[in-house]
Design a protein around this ligand. Structure first.
Ligand code: SF4
Ligand code: SF4
Length: 67
């Protein structure tokens, strides 16, 4: 299985914290009340944040070089 990681499009993030609440690894956090940020070291690519995100800002992508 390809490795996947979450990404946040900060221009669409509304800082609601839904991703932070559902992440099983505490890999995504709303920083300074500003926008969510993913810790790629912790993220397991489960996709829960992307499902919970109301604005479509959080997405999960395959890592580059892998398919
Ligand atoms: S993909 Fe899963 S582990 Fe990664 S930030 Fe989103 S909820 Fe957390
Ligand atoms: S769920 Fe989406 S909009 Fe809400 S803080 Fe996370 S990335 Fe931003």
């Amino acid at each position: 299985m390809a490795k996947r990681r979450a990404e946040v499009d900060v221009s669409h993030c509304v800082s609601c914290g839904a991703c932070e609440n559902v992440c099983p690894r505490e890999a995504v956090k709303v920083v300074r009340g500003c926008h969510a940020q993913v810790d790629a070291e912790k993220c397991i690519g489960c996709g829960l944040c992307a499902k919970a995100c109301p604005s479509g800002a959080a997405t999960v992508k395959a890592l580059e070089g892998e398919s």
